[in-house]
Design a protein. Structure first.
Length: 135
């Protein structure tokens, strides 16, 4: 029975953490974007995020945050959330689920601890700014 189940592979959809100036905090902060670099609309998009890991020998984890987007157009980006600097030292995990037509896709993207920093940046497609990409 398991052999009859086909799990579609996520292609050309990924996340990027981009550093931007925030007038609220009066400093640069990291924002996570969902990038749709495919030729298809992503429908009923759900992004669930959490951070977890060990700090000072103690296991830490954050609450789950849920974000819903009705549709993400082809070759476009959507700002998902700000990553608070105290959780950059933890693994930041994003579970992305969406439909293309009648097919459900989902993938877990993880920014491993301390990977969101200026030394790991590269140019983000579509945004054309520097950021940390996870595929």
């Amino acid at each position: 029975m398991k052999k009859d189940i086909t799990i579609p592979e996520v292609e050309n959809v990924f996340l990027a953490a981009v550093q931007e100036w925030s007038d609220d905090f009066m400093e640069k902060v990291w924002y996570v974007y969902l990038i749709n670099d495919s030729d298809f609309d992503l429908d009923s998009v759900m992004v669930v995020s959490k951070a977890f890991g060990t700090l000072d020998g103690e296991m830490k984890k954050t609450s789950l945050l849920r974000h819903a987007f009705t549709q993400v157009a082809p070759v476009s980006v959507v700002k998902v959330e700000m990553v608070e600097k105290s959780v950059l030292e933890l693994n930041n995990e994003f579970m992305v689920t969406y439909f293309i037509g009648n097919t459900l896709y989902d993938k877990k993207f993880t920014f491993v601890k301390n990977s969101i920093n200026e030394s790991n940046v590269e140019e983000v497609p579509i945004l054309f700014v520097d950021g940390v990409i996870v595929r």
